[in-house]
Design a protein around this ligand. Structure first.
Ligand SMILES: [Ca+2]
Length: 393
């Protein structure tokens, strides 16, 4: 029985690995089950909620048929406005938060099966945005009617938000209301590649000039559990991490946070600082007070800001790659790693480190090797600049 179980487990792992390798390349519907926000700026009812309809049904992956089964048919999203206004003119916004940046290839509006698409919205625009503030319109439609198969719009933008702005519902009406609706909004894409400064502007699919280049940066100090792990001049933190093989061992559960302090500036404004754990970006309120010297042209330039990035690591297990990162207003996420150059004082800033988390598996298998690292950085006080490793790119 035990053997059968392990065979099944192995099979399940192979199957799941296959699924991952396929989904990494092919665009998939990244709007599926994502949050939808509906805003009505004009007349009418933006969200009829009889149980057949809901704005949440726009991203539920279901295009239900009408079986008169309330709360189960899940027909889609339905809006209405008064016939007394003379025309189905509205001002309604449907926004989808994709919960991350994606290289979008296509947006698809799927008609409702109910009334066979005769309620398909007439006039609308679709826009996408990386930051929720700056929008790029990908289509502007008027006079659409009787849609029975999905309306598809090609897109080659990197975005985290999709906005459908509806200005006219359909001509379908009863005595009191005009109606308009959709069965589903699908957004196809793949997770956006992260961009490092050395590669800005020449990534496949990037429009020239949409990504900004680095002006200057400095990685000043590094902490474990809020303890400064070395002295030394501002800007020496990279070299000290090098000297400790860029490893922090928290396998005994003693490490709760690691923290990076420094500054960085690009030729465009920063939107937010954050950190990456195994390539996944998490934003946070990590901007710190920035003195005028940092924004001088010889240092970070006019858009430079200080960062004080604290990464919670208490729940991590196994080996993890951690680095500080920044998201620019263009939407580019830039890792503060070996591709970042210094300007003015300081050495090449590189915040990348390997963090060894709770060692459940290591304890069980008796692997004592990991314990030997033993939070070396906590003990490493003083100017421990041993390796002066020059990096060029
Ligand atoms: Ca749906």
């Amino acid at each position: 029985m035990k053997k059968l179980l392990s065979v099944l487990l192995a099979l399940a792992m192979v199957v799941s690995l296959c699924a991952i390798s396929v989904s990494a390349d092919e665009p998939v519907n990244v709007a599926l089950n994502k949050e939808v926000t509906a805003t009505n700026n004009g007349v009418g009812e933006i969200n009829l909620t009889l149980g057949f309809w809901s704005t949440d049904y726009l991203t539920d992956g279901i295009v239900g048929d009408f079986d008169n089964n309330i709360n189960a048919d899940r027909l889609g999203w339905y809006a209405a406005c008064p016939v007394s206004t003379g025309a189905p003119v509205v001002d309604m916004e449907i926004e989808i938060d994709l919960d991350g940046l994606f290289d979008i290839t296509k947006v698809s509006l799927v008609p409702m099966l109910f009334v066979l698409g005769s309620n398909f919205i007439s006039d609308y625009t679709i826009s996408v945005s990386a930051d929720g503030t700056n929008w790029k319109e990908i289509t502007n439609e008027t006079g659409v009617a009787n849609v029975t198969s999905p309306k598809e719009y090609a897109c080659s933008e990197t975005a985290a938000y999709v906005l459908l702005h509806v200005t006219k519902l359909s001509s379908l009406a009863d005595a009191g209301s005009f109606y308009g609706g959709l069965g589903e909004i699908e957004v196809y894409g793949t997770p956006a590649e992260t961009v490092t400064p050395g590669e800005t502007g020449d990534q496949p699919g990037d429009e020239p000039g949409t990504l900004s280049t680095l002006h200057g940066a400095s990685f000043d100090s590094f902490y474990v559990n809020d303890t400064l792990n070395f002295g030394g001049a501002d800007g020496s933190a990279s070299d000290v991490l090098d000297a400790h093989e860029r490893k922090v061992d928290g396998s005994d559960g003693s490490v709760k946070t690691v923290r990076f302090r420094g500054w960085i500036g690009f030729e465009e404004e920063l939107e937010t600082f954050g950190y990456m754990i195994n390539g996944k970006f998490t934003a946070g309120e990590f901007a710190a007070d920035t003195e005028p010297a940092v924004t001088q042209d010889a240092n970070g330039g006019r858009y430079a800001k200080r960062f004080d990035i604290i990464v919670p690591v208490a729940d991590l297990t196994g080996s993890n790659e951690i680095k500080a990162a920044v998201k620019l207003v263009s939407g580019a996420i830039v890792a503060i790693d070996e591709n970042v150059t210094a300007n003015g004082a300081g050495t090449t800033p590189n915040t990348t480190l390997t963090y060894i988390g709770l060692a459940e598996q290591n304890v069980q298998t008796g692997d004592a090797g990991v314990a030997m690292f033993a939070v070396v950085l906590v003990a490493a006080m003083g100017a421990a600049v041993v390796l002066l490793k020059k990096k060029a790119f």
